[in-house]
Design a binder for this molecule. Structure first.
Ligand SMILES: [Zn+2]
Ligand SMILES: [Zn+2]
Length: 382
């Protein structure tokens, strides 16, 4: 494998062979700033230069590597990994893939124009919101309910504190994009910004991924929550559980969990705002004679008095037996619409009785029918 001839690291950084660690660091920061893609507009030569500078600094900032370099020059680096990492390690200079990871923190010093003092962390971002669709019964909507929900979300890996790098190591800023996650490429007159393919936009490279989370810094887990649904909730209601969404990046807060409520159709009741309507069959004798009947309600049963002579379709109102208003103290009503059931299968005896009843009925028995006939006669010009 042919290696291109490399420039001397001290020359690259513009320092003497006896320079102190601090002098080396200052020289590096100055150069890294100068050749940063944001300054050079993604110039390819500058990018290559930056890689060389990073490589030089990575060696010279480490006393062991620097001593080896002083003794063996560039050849020393090829063996650098062997003593420490053994097989499988990502040794510098071995792959020829152009990959060098600059120290993360140093890079952010460059990005934010600092050369010492407190180190700025990369900008934090809040996590994504999550959605959950919750179906409840009408009775639950009417009275309010405590519901257990289970959903999958990601958690920050505790082994690596979300960095994705195995304990004791740090993610390194991606050299391709200088930790920005974006690369600029010149195209004719334009320069376009694209997501860095090397780090997939994260700005970081992890050489020794955490084994628990495979370097993602997150793992999927099931979360169980108890949700309090207020009485009066309806289809289309949205509840926000703040801080129950996906974890944020770089210490950013968690996103929120939005619960979208859907109230199932009920077999007996139909909701109309805060009222509930139920159609209840009654017998034609109950309609004629009147009766006290039991009607189902949202929370049990109630008694309803049917007066004698009740017509089919008459609606009775049970006050305050409906659904509580979501934003107030008012409670809706239950409306019972009675439907008079006409018997279809009669015994001989029943039939005889009905026929007898029919025989002794007259206009007074059926005043509505009688009045209707009068109207018809009139309209036909009688
Ligand atoms: Zn981890
Ligand atoms: Zn990158």
């Amino acid at each position: 494998m042919a290696m291109p001839k490399q420039q001397d690291y001290y020359e690259l950084l513009g320092v003497s062979k006896t320079a102190s660690a601090d002098e080396i660091r200052k020289a590096y920061l100055k150069l890294a700033h100068k050749y940063h893609p944001d300054k050079t507009g993604g110039d390819k030569a500058a990018e290559d230069k930056l890689k060389e500078i990073n490589q030089a600094y990575d060696t010279l900032k480490n006393p062991e590597k620097r001593a080896r370099y002083d003794q063996y020059g560039h050849m020393g680096e090829q063996f650098a990994g062997a003593g420490q990492g053994g097989f499988g390690g990502f040794g510098f200079g071995g792959g020829g893939g152009g990959g060098f990871e600059a120290p993360f923190d140093d890079f952010f010093d460059v990005l934010f124009g600092r050369s010492g003092g407190t180190r700025r962390r990369p900008s934090s971002r809040p996590g994504n919101d999550l959605e959950y669709r919750l179906t409840i019964t009408l009775r639950e909507a009417a009275t309010g309910a405590k519901k257990k929900i289970r959903f999958a979300r990601r958690e920050v890996c505790g082994d690596c504190n979300g960095s994705g790098a195995t304990s004791g190591t740090q993610p390194q800023a991606c050299v391709e994009c200088a930790g920005t996650g974006q690369v600029r490429r010149a195209q004719g007159f334009f320069s376009i910004t694209q997501t860095c393919t090397r780090c997939r936009g994260t700005g970081r490279i992890i050489s020794n991924p955490c084994s628990r989370c495979s370097g993602s810094g997150r793992f999927r887990s099931e979360r169980e929550l108890s949700v309090d649904l207020p009485a009066g909730i309806d289809t289309g209601s949205r509840l926000r559980l703040s801080g129950e969404g996906e974890p944020g990046d770089n210490g950013g807060p968690r996103g929120d969990l939005y619960i979208f409520v859907e109230v199932e159709a009920d077999e007996i009741f139909e909701r109309e705002g805060n009222d509930v309507v139920c159609d209840m069959p009654i017998s034609f004798t109950q309609a004629i004679l009147g009766d006290k009947i039991r009607v189902p309600t949202l929370n049990g049963e109630a008694e309803l008095k049917i007066p004698a002579g009740t017509q089919s379709g008459t609606a009775f109102r049970l006050r305050g037996m409906g659904i509580k208003d979501l934003r107030g103290y008012h409670k809706g009503d239950q409306i019972v619409r009675v439907q008079v059931e006409t018997p279809t299968k009669l015994t001989r005896e029943q039939r005889e009785l009905i026929e007898k009843f029919q025989a002794i009925s007259n206009d007074k028995t059926y005043p509505l029918y009688h009045r209707f006939l009068e109207k018809v006669k009139k309209s036909l010009g009688g």
